[in-house]
Design a protein around this ligand. Structure first.
Ligand code: FAD
Ligand code: FES
Length: 383
């Protein structure tokens, strides 16, 4: 199977107005933004992509990424935000954000998209042609359902032969996001769509659908519920441990890694969180000291920074010191917004949960996770 190339749109924020805030569950909301006509081409997206949102909360600029949850429709971008206990942005979005508020919204990014039907907005013919009679499966937990809703709704609407099944894990029935939309999909496509709710804290008639998804339960779900051998594409989105568990199990069953798409919202590591030391870190440079030269090109303009060897600074942190418009969102190696290509120089990259193996082999890096290991490093954000 050939890998479709998603052209990387220039990462750019625009102020968009909130047109609707709809409560999905006690701790999640769907937020819709109105996209004015002159910006609609910029917000064209492939189902499964996300937008970074930027807001000033309690005097601090906060950026977070949220997956688009809707079938593409011109003029609207919809995301869903689940409140994380103690989480800054998600609590603010759930408790304070209102219709009429304006937020900075980056144009859609990300590659958690179907390889079977990668097309741009509203290209129904191309989707139908490529999807054929594909059987697609998603395994999601909590807010991980968000990009899946966009992918499932689009594939089912645009391809009369495709089937889509979702295994959706939550604590209880009241935590199920998009319950109404999932019900609508079941009514609309009774023979092509199915959802299997697995509730960790509720007893269900079939014990297979109660409790946490561990390796044993996953194996049973794959054996007894899903027709694993007939699945053309897998989508995994949820906590790190669940996604890893599914990837390992599918790998063990001989499923081609190319057919398994996954998206992480966090790395799940202790201390993980946006901006952890990778952005906005002040660095004091001594012109006479031991420095590394980091050069970069962004939007056709080149810049160069001296970075002290002792600072072990990320390329992103260095670039942001001279160009505040350098793109980033999570700063934790999961979203891919800060991707650039190394043109020259030695480097090491810490975490990478966003780039495919072929991108890494071609020299692409996540600049929030990359540090030079030689005297100089040249990267190109436009590549
Ligand atoms: C590509 C991508 C797509 C995403 N899509 C979605 C989506 O569609 N929907 C969605 O809801 N999320 C999504 N996320 C996650 C989202 O970007 C945020 O990371 C999430 O909403 C948490 O942000 P926050 O500001 O609320 O939490 P932060 O303030 O950043 O906190 C991070 C973590 O620390 C914990 N924490 C922080 N302070 C405290 C405290 N005082 N006490 C206890 N715990 C604390 C929080 O519970 C949280 O788990 C996505 C992430 C990525 C990278
Ligand atoms: S900013 Fe998200 S991976 Fe670097």
């Amino acid at each position: 199977m050939t890998t479709p190339t998603l052209t990387k749109p220039k990462a750019k924020f625009n102020a968009l107005t909130v047109s609707e805030v709809r409560r999905l569950t006690d701790d999640s909301v769907e937020v819709s933004f109105e996209v004015p006509e002159e910006l609609q081409a910029d917000y064209d997206y492939v189902p499964g992509q996300y937008v970074a949102l930027r807001a000033e909360i309690e005097g601090t600029e906060i950026r977070r990424s949220y997956s688009i949850c809707d079938i593409p429709r011109p003029g609207t971008i919809r995301v869903a935000v689940k409140k994380n206990l103690g989480g800054l942005f998600s609590t603010w979005a759930n408790e304070t954000l209102q219709v009429g508020d304006t937020l900075e919204v980056m144009n859609p990014q990300g590659a958690f998209t179907s390889r079977t039907h990668v097309t741009s907005l509203n290209d129904a013919d191309a989707i139908a042609e490529k999807a054929g009679n594909a059987n697609l499966v998603a395994i999601a937990a909590g807010s991980g359902i968000t990009p899946i809703m966009a992918i499932a709704q689009t594939v089912l609407a645009e391809n009369p032969q495709a089937t889509f099944e979702i295994v959706y894990a939550n604590k209880g029935g009241a935590d199920v996001m998009f319950a109404e939309e999932i019900g609508d999909l079941k009514d609309k496509y009774p023979s092509r769509f199915a959802v299997h709710h697995v509730l960790s804290r509720e007893q269900r008639v079939n014990p297979l659908f109660s409790g946490r998804i561990d390796d044993e339960k996953l194996a049973l779900l794959l054996d007894k519920v899903l027709q694993t051998s007939t699945i053309k594409e897998w989508f995994l989105c949820g906590p790190f441990e669940l996604v890893q568990l599914c990837r390992d199990e599918l790998d063990g069953r001989g499923v081609d890694a190319q057919d398994v798409r996954f998206e992480l919202f966090t790395t799940g590591k202790p201390g993980d969180g946006p901006g952890q030391g990778n952005t906005g870190r002040p660095v004091i440079t001594d012109p006479e000291g031991d420095n590394i030269t980091i050069s970069f090109t962004l939007d056709g303009l080149s810049g160069s920074i001296d970075s002290p060897v002792s600072a072990k600074e990320s390329v992103l942190n260095a670039a942001l010191r001279v160009r505040p418009d350098v793109p980033f969102a999570c700063a934790g190696g999961v979203c891919g917004t800060c991707r650039a290509k190394v043109v020259e120089g030695e480097y090491e990259m810490d975490e990478n949960y966003a780039l495919e193996a072929d991108e890494v082999a071609a020299g692409y890096v996540l600049t929030c996770q990359t540090r030079p290991t030689g005297d100089s490093l040249v990267v190109d954000y436009d590549a």
